[in-house]
Design a binder for this molecule. Structure first.
Ligand SMILES: Cc1ncc(COP(=O)(O)O)c(C=O)c1O
Length: 404
């Protein structure tokens, strides 16, 4: 097809015209998708190695999830929590069981789950731990990414995410990620929670030292502090287990979940914790019009059932080995470092060679979609349904890009 007959350039311009420029998307305009593949308005196919920042762990339009959504659309979509609906109980019971916790609290976006976790931890601190009114603090890590609300960006260490959005919410202490001594030094008698990503996704898939999460668990237990694990990106199969914490033998007091919980169809997030923690909330103290709606619950219950089979976690673990072996083979050939676990990888490109953005543009031209983060880092997070051949294809395309 000759270049000026393509629909993409005009469609990209059109998409920019009436939106705030808070994203810098790759110039691809997607119109349909199935499994690990998307198709653009010009009929070109791409292997999706971002998977909606892990919101599409089960691939695009997984048949079981689409069927659940269709069936629910034909019956009931929204009630608000003012009433009970018939999809709610199964979702809460089955998600709580998957998490090994007593209770769940459904919300919509990841940021709302984080906000919920912060509110619950503070209330627990005042009502259960006995922290004096207004004195609670929460310890977080440098390089964190927990979402975009004003409270959450208040404790971001990324200037782009934070600058000019103050005044900032007080009550957070930031310590270096992976540094147990610094964490122990920041915790005091008014600390109600340590809030961490078990692997820092947006920071470039940064895996902490192996003694870190067990050490955090022990410290939190000893000091009567809640360990709140933000598994919004790392959880639900991405790393080769249901939760990234699990791989370190650690059970947090609270899981924050989102992204893949909605099956790539609807925004669904949740907080999961035992009754002594989530039980602090009473009617009127927290909520959301859309949280736990019938459509969300119908889809997310099927997501939980897919995860309960263990198949996706196994695929991620096994195929992740293949992905990481392939990527490690490119170290010294354009890559300077590869991190990650399961089907999740952060790649540092030799900055002398090209930026992460340039690498993603060249990958796109070769039919592979990925996203850069922080200069020369690329993140790969393909759907967990990707095949071994497709992984080899993605690695081969990356090798070709790096070879120039
Ligand atoms: C670890 C983590 N927490 C929270 C969020 C925020 O989720 P959402 O964009 O759905 O608000 C993200 C999003 O990337 C994330 O990676």
């Amino acid at each position: 097809m000759i270049e000026d007959m393509l629909r993409t350039p005009a469609a990209v311009q059109d998409a920019e015209r009436h939106t705030a420029h808070n994203y810098h998307p790759l110039p691809v305009v997607i119109s349909s998708a199935e499994g690990a593949w998307v198709t653009d308005v010009d009929g070109r196919r791409y292997l999706d190695c971002l998977a909606g920042y892990s919101a599409l762990n089960f691939g695009h339009r997984h048949p079981t999830l689409i069927a659940a959504a269709h069936a629910q659309l034909d019956r009931l979509t929204l009630t608000s929590r003012a009433f009970v609906h018939d999809q709610f109980a199964d979702f809460c019971r089955e998600l709580a069981a998957l998490c090994g916790k007593d209770l769940v609290l459904p919300m919509n976006t990841g940021a709302e789950a984080v906000e919920t976790g912060i509110k619950v931890a503070r209330k627990w601190g005042y009502q259960v731990k006995g922290v004096p009114a207004g004195q609670a603090n929460i310890v977080v890590a440098e390089g964190n990414f927990h979402g975009r609300t004003t409270t959450i960006v208040s404790f971001s260490t990324d200037e782009d995410a934070r600058a000019d959005f103050g005044p900032y919410t007080p009550g957070f202490r930031v310590v270096p990620y992976g540094d147990l001594a610094a964490l122990a030094g920041a915790v005091d008698e008014h600390t109600v929670a340590v809030l961490l990503e078990p692997i820092q996704g947006e920071q470039g898939v940064v895996v902490p030292p192996s003694d870190y999460l067990p050490g955090v668990r022990q410290l939190c237990t000893e000091r009567n502090v809640l360990f709140v694990a933000d598994e919004i990106q790392s959880g639900l199969g991405r790393t080769g287990a249901t939760f990234a914490c699990e791989q370190e033998g650690v059970v947090p007091d609270m899981y924050l979940l989102g992204k893949a919980l909605g099956g790539g169809i609807v925004p669904v997030s949740a907080v999961a914790a035992d009754a002594d923690v989530l039980g602090v909330l009473r009617p009127g103290q927290h909520g959301s019009t859309f949280g736990g709606n019938p459509l969300a619950c119908a889809v997310a219950t099927e997501v939980v059932r897919l995860l309960a089979t263990g198949e996706f976690q196994r695929r991620s673990a096994e195929l992740g080995e293949r992905l990481h072996a392939g990527l490690r083979g490119l170290i010294g050939k354009g890559l300077v470092a590869v991190r990650g676990r399961g089907l999740w990888a952060g790649l540092d490109i030799d900055p002398a060679l090209m930026s992460g953005r340039a690498a993603c543009e060249r990958l796109m031209a070769r039919g592979v979609l990925a996203k850069d983060t922080h200069g020369s880092t690329i993140r790969l997070a393909p759907p967990l349904t990707i095949t071994a051949e497709e992984i080899d294809h993605a690695v081969a395309q990356l090798a070709a890009v790096l070879a120039g």
